[in-house]
Design a protein around this ligand. Structure first.
Ligand SMILES: [Zn+2]
Ligand SMILES: [Zn+2]
Ligand SMILES: [Zn+2]
Length: 236
């Protein structure tokens, strides 16, 4: 088994040397699909994409509350404003606790990634700091009417300003993005946010869905099948 594993790695190295990043990622995906168990890896990919969506929601809400806090602090401090500020402060602390738990959940899920081409492919893609600027992910963000469809640069900024604490939360907008909220002119109710979040989870569980496979493949491998599968930044 060890010899086979070393052989796989040697072949991957050769493919990368000759064909580059996209070629080796495509080769790893092919290995996984046709030579190794694909079902286990499918549950890993869908789980990690779901956890990452949760990881983005929490700090985006925290950022929005901090922005609102700064705005309110600039005004005259009335008793009502003071109560509001205390409320937001408590919510921010609660969000930080939640993020801490979600971060641990990400590491737990990542540790379950099947060793082999899947793990190497995932880590190779995530080692590129700008992985989430893949044109297909930007296109998906813009298509939902979120920040990549405007010139605000929020999605890029999340990567530039990421700290050790928030580096796992880089990515595109969620229902909690403050910029998107201001652009659409209203906040969603808690019920509407829950609906949207559940719809995302349901979508990810759809078997043999071309759109889901595309989104998952870009998140995990950095490639998609078809004419748009090159790793091109900012071309959409
Ligand atoms: Zn924005
Ligand atoms: Zn946004
Ligand atoms: Zn975006």
């Amino acid at each position: 088994m060890l010899i086979l594993s070393r052989l796989f790695i040697t072949i991957e190295d050769l493919v990368e040397e000759i064909g580059g990043f996209n070629a080796v990622q495509r080769h790893r995906l092919w290995m996984l699909r046709y030579l190794l168990s694909f079902s286990r890896s499918t549950s890993f990919t869908r789980n990690i994409v779901t956890i990452e969506e949760n990881l983005r929601i929490t700090p985006q809400r925290e950022e929005y509350l901090k922005e609102e806090t700064r705005r309110l602090q600039e005004r005259v401090c009335t008793p009502e404003n003071k109560i509001q500020l205390e409320e937001w402060d408590a919510q921010i602390k609660e969000l930080q606790r939640r993020y801490w738990k979600e971060e641990r959940e990400w590491y737990r899920c990542e540790s379950l990634c099947p060793p082999g081409p899947q793990k190497r492919g995932f880590h190779a893609w995530r080692a590129t700091t700008d992985w989430y600027h893949h044109s297909a992910l930007r296109y998906h963000c813009a298509g939902r009417g979120e920040c990549c469809g405007r010139s605000c640069g929020c999605c890029e900024r999340r990567g530039i300003e990421a700290t050790g604490r928030t580096r796992l939360a880089v990515g595109h907008c969620t229902v909690e993005c403050g910029c998107c909220m201001r652009d659409r002119g209203f906040d969603l109710t808690a019920e509407e946010k829950k609906e949207q979040h559940e719809a995302f989870g349901v979508m990810l569980r759809r078997p043999n869905d071309a759109f889901v496979e595309r989104i998952v493949a870009v998140n995990i491998w950095g490639i998609i099948r078809g004419p748009k599968d090159e790793r091109v930044w900012g071309s959409q």
